[in-house]
Design a protein around this ligand. Structure first.
Ligand code: CAA
Length: 257
């Protein structure tokens, strides 16, 4: 891996992926995105991993897609390169994925953070979709996810002016789960991961899938989907263990089976 660092056993049941192109503010070139896709797929298949943390460094989560790599491309080049098929695969990660964001989360960087299930931000985090300033527009989900997260008026403002949201504003607009001092953002994200890692990984996966479904369907169909996943949870040993532990007033021991 040249552009990311993967710590498969960061903590029990928790893996950490660090974007690692610091000189370029973690600009997301095609190679980095390919490595990220492969790492997520591998961690998704690792039975011991229950939650995945994704972070950058203090200065930048990621400052967007790599402008230098895109600058001379034609529409046909972009079509053939098809960079967003990689993003589609990342989006399909089944395990809970938490972004720990400090500094710049811009363009593709903001879109990548929003692709995660939750965002813990440092006080220095800045979110934005500044593509308009370089003559394009968001292409990795920004117009859709940002609008769903913070509403049309503010999303339109960010997408059309390229302005940044401070961490405090991002919290007020419900883009992020929590804002903490800069020295705490990874710790706080790991703390959230630890809490989730104690749950049944099967239940977590089914629940994540159901919440995400709400973005893609109307209520009746969403409820139907939720119900099926609820019933499916009863096929797991973890369901029996969770309910038995409750009755016996003890802590459940989940196996992910
Ligand atoms: N692509 C390629 N290189 C980038 C980059 C990017 N998105 N962002 C920063 N860099 C590089 C800079 O070119 C610079 O490299 P050199 O030292 O070789 O010149 C280095 O990272 C440090 O950047 P700056 O000197 O610009 O740092 P700064 O602190 O002065 O400014 C910044 C920081 C405001 C984030 C500024 O770098 C910036 O505006 N970056 C671009 C942000 C942007 O437009 N992102 C959207 C990209 S398009 C996209 O993402 C499309 C999509 O939807 C998928």
């Amino acid at each position: 891996m040249n552009f990311i660092k993967v710590t498969q056993r960061y903590e029990p049941h928790i893996a950490l992926i660090e974007l690692n192109r610091p000189k370029e503010l973690n600009a997301l070139n095609l190679e980095l995105m390919g490595e990220l896709r492969d790492a997520l797929k591998q961690l998704d298949n690792d039975e011991d991993v229950r939650v995945i943390l994704l972070t950058g460094n203090e200065k930048a989560f990621a400052a967007g897609a790599d402008i230098k790599q895109m600058a001379d491309k034609s529409a046909v080049d972009m079509l053939v390169i098809d960079q967003f098929s990689t993003w589609d695969q990342i989006r399909k990660t089944k395990k809970p994925l938490i972004a720990a964001v400090s500094g710049f989360a811009l363009g593709g960087g903001c879109e990548l953070a929003m692709t995660c299930d939750m965002i813990i931000a440092s006080e220095t985090a800045k979110f934005g979709q500044p593509e308009i300033k370089i003559g394009v527009m968001p292409g990795a989900g920004g117009t859709q996810r940002l609008t769903k997260a913070i509403g049309k008026a503010k999303a339109m403002e960010l997408v059309l002016t390229g302005r940044f949201l401070s961490a405090e504003e991002a919290l007020a607009y419900k883009l992020v789960n929590k804002v903490v001092p800069v020295e705490m953002y990874l710790y706080e994200a790991a703390q959230l991961a630890r809490e989730i890692a104690q749950m049944s990984p099967i239940a977590a996966q089914l629940a994540k899938e159901s919440v995400n479904r709400s973005f893609e369907t109307h209520l009746d169909e969403g409820l139907h989907f939720e119900r099926k996943n609820f019933y499916l949870a009863f096929a797991s040993e973890d369901q029996a263990e969770g309910m038995q532990a409750f009755i016996e007033k003890r802590k459940p021991v989940y196996k992910g089976k």
